[in-house]
Write a protein that binds this ligand. Structure first.
Ligand code: ADP
Length: 402
């Protein structure tokens, strides 16, 4: 079975083609700067002898229609598919599924109209997803297509965890509540953790930490998400590359009154100019570590703040769960930054959490267990693979509907 995974944004399309017989990536690539004077289109694929090839082209790609045509031609020329009907399914990543989608959905007119209706709750992502989806349906009408939502995994949050303590009418009228994001990644790593620990995922209690440019924590009870740090939007929770995470909302009123900042200014400030970047000028953890090692105090402060916020969430989700079987680190920072792992779990022995400093320094492209042998809570590092998870969920949906 060949499944194509599409992640369409407003000006980019990322794609990966999987052979589901062995989960191998047959081809992958992206088209960026769609609609600009010069776009960049790329493909990477393996030929029948497993030799890798790469191709890049700079050209004007005005819209998603042309972007997907470029991708299809590139896939066909590379020989990984004969034509579009050679695809058994297409899985579309969708960030905001609101309360409408608690699981993957077969793409049809109704589903697309719901994704459109949810644009106010996902203004940065849903329009791009929808543009890609409409074009893919038009260009490949015979290929079954599935929408996979970042929010769906968190649809099991209890109401007392997803409600905000603001007047109830805003939930009734506008559906203002916590939705949570990165669900595909949290689901993937919790399943991988269960496999590794040889435990039924439906009995596993875990705290999963997805630490990339965006970052979120989830509390998983018996394999189901019961709380998560991102909220109505991906702005809440942990300190991120350029997002503040949790702050006192009154800071916004104060800034508006003192500095005359508008709603758009505040939106930009919290989403694009805050987080690690707001503190030390860089949003790249590798660079920040380097700066800190060279004595930059703000870079050190940014790391300390990042780790401290993380530790507070580990503590509070330990309380939420009562029993924690494992903590899982993933994402660019979680998978690579041993200092963040060590600091965020420091002095948590009373919570049953103890990292072995030597194991923590080991490197592996596979799963790594970094907890000390006497740590009650297993601490794991698991590389995430959201594209593979989307492909697997797409395949399951298609098989269910056949
Ligand atoms: P995205 O959310 O965009 O998918 P990633 O999961 O790739 O992001 O994570 C990006 C973050 O991971 C950046 O802050 C980057 O500096 C950090 N990162 C990547 N590799 C390393 C590394 N070897 N050590 C420390 N941080 C790393």
């Amino acid at each position: 079975m060949k499944i194509l995974v599409l992640n369409a944004g407003s000006s980019s399309v990322k794609y990966q083609l999987f052979n589901m017989a062995n989960n191998a990536v047959l081809a992958s690539g992206m088209i960026e700067q769609i609609g600009e004077k010069e776009s960049m289109a790329k493909i990477k694929y393996k030929d029948a002898d497993d030799v890798e090839h790469k191709r890049e082209q700079k050209c004007a790609i005005p819209d998603h229609d042309e972007a997907l045509k470029w991708m299809s031609q590139a896939l066909i020329h590379s020989g990984v598919i004969k034509d579009l009907n050679d695809l058994d399914g297409i899985g579309h990543r969708v960030v905001q599924g609101g309360a409408s989608f608690q699981e993957p959905a077969m793409v049809n007119e109704y589903v697309m109209s719901e994704i459109e209706r949810l644009i106010p709750l996902g203004p940065l992502h849903n329009p791009g997803h929808l543009a890609g989806m409409r074009v893919a349906v038009h260009q490949s009408p015979n290929v079954p297509q599935v929408a996979i939502f970042d929010t769906a995994f968190h649809s099991t949050l209890p109401k007392y965890a997803y409600m905000y303590a603001i007047p109830y009418k805003y939930y009734d009228d506008l559906r203002i509540r916590r939705y949570g994001f990165h669900g595909t990644s949290h689901r993937y790593i919790v399943k991988e953790a269960a496999k590794y620990l040889k435990q039924d995922v439906n009995t596993l209690n875990a705290i999963t930490l997805h630490l990339g440019n965006g970052a979120s924590v989830a509390a998983i009870e018996n394999g189901k998400s019961v709380d998560t740090s991102m909220g109505l939007t991906p702005l809440e929770g942990l300190i991120m590359g350029t997002r503040s995470g949790d702050i006192d909302p009154a800071i916004l009123f104060y800034l508006a009154r003192k500095r005359g900042l508008t709603l758009d200014d505040l939106d930009k400030m919290l989403n694009k100019e805050s987080g690690l970047k707001g503190i030390c000028g860089s949003n790249d953890m590798r660079e920040i570590t380097q700066m800190a090692e060279e004595g930059d105090e703000k870079a050190q402060l940014a790391r300390d703040m990042f780790n401290y916020r993380l530790k507070k969430y580990i503590g509070s989700y330990s309380a939420v769960l009562g029993r924690v079987d494992c903590i899982v680190f993933t994402g660019g920072i979680g998978e690579n930054d041993s200092g963040v792992r060590l600091k965020s779990c420091e002095n948590l022995e009373n919570f049953g959490i103890k990292i072995d400093p030597l194991l923590n320094e080991m490197r592996s492209s596979d799963i790594l267990q970094i907890s000390a042998p006497d740590s009650k809570v297993k601490v794991l590092v698991i590389p995430t693979n959201e594209e593979l998870e989307i492909a697997m969920e797409t395949m399951e949906m298609i098989e269910k509907h056949h």
